[in-house]
Design a protein around this ligand. Sequence first.
Ligand SMILES: Nc1ncnc2c1ncn2[C@@H]1O[C@H](COP(=O)(O)OP(=O)(O)OP(=O)(O)O)[C@@H](O)[C@H]1O
Length: 303
Amino acid sequence: MMKKTGTPSAVSFTGAVKTYGTVRAVDGVDLRIARGETVALLGRNGAGKSTTISLLLGLTEPEAGTVELFGVAPERAVRAGRVGAMLQEARAVPRVTVRELVSFVAGRYPSPMPVAQALELAGIAELAGRRVDRLSGGQTQRVRFAVALAGNPSLIVLDEPTAALDVEARRAFWDSMRAYARRGHTVLFSTHYLEEADAHADRILVIDRGRIVADGTGEQLRRAAGGNLVSFDLAGRGTEGLTLLPGVRSLEVRGERALLRTDDSDAAVIALAELGAIRGLEVAPASLDDAFLALTSRTRKTV
Ligand SMILES: Nc1ncnc2c1ncn2[C@@H]1O[C@H](COP(=O)(O)OP(=O)(O)OP(=O)(O)O)[C@@H](O)[C@H]1O
């Protein structure tokens, strides 16, 4: 994750703010993505993922703070073909072949990727002669990926790239993305699928209400959110004082069971044993889902 001194980061946000009326869609984001990283931007609907990506691509300007790609303004990096993007909005699909479309886009950049290579990387070499308006959803998405690769970018930005794809198309898409990343390129993708972030990114940025609330590997996020969950049958007893026990961070009651999120499950279990609260006791590692919920609900409480 260390970047070479003197080399500008692929992506750099410093105190970036973007508001829509009273909504602070991006609320003071500081962020560095080093070259070669694959990073997931993970958040619920409306968390600020698309707005972050719009700022990153220079489609919208921050009201405060700065955004740079490779040390220059986003528009400049985009124009130079250093950045490829796949955005959410579906554009009208032209009646041309896949090869014609990718060639046309490649022709607009100063040093494009050879078309055959873009098609190969996107896994659609065999579709080159097919009409773009007659493809399946999964195939269309990979054509869009080839279009994003056409300028031979060092950074690719994907806004919820697999949102409408079935399992097989999704797997094929990620294979292509990883082939691109293995060449030392930088990838930033947004998603609200935790598993995708965990499986395909080196690093996960959790965004909530326009702020980065966590930044790390899936494993680091799991740990940050509270290592283990300790649960037991309440068996009629109250929950008073449970959150004050050593090692306990928070409490949730599900039916007859108490769920304690802990950062020291041993201490919590000993304390529960002293209280005699051990019926049906279980200790389980927190999942990434738990981590995500804990991270995003914690911020909700503080705003
Ligand atoms: N053009 C706009 N005009 C007004 N409000 C906007 C606009 N774009 C985004 N917002 C608001 O800014 C906030 C962040 O939206 P954004 O689209 O960035 O979130 P997101 O994480 O990409 O969500 P989703 O997963 O639903 O795409 C939301 O509250 C949204 O309603």
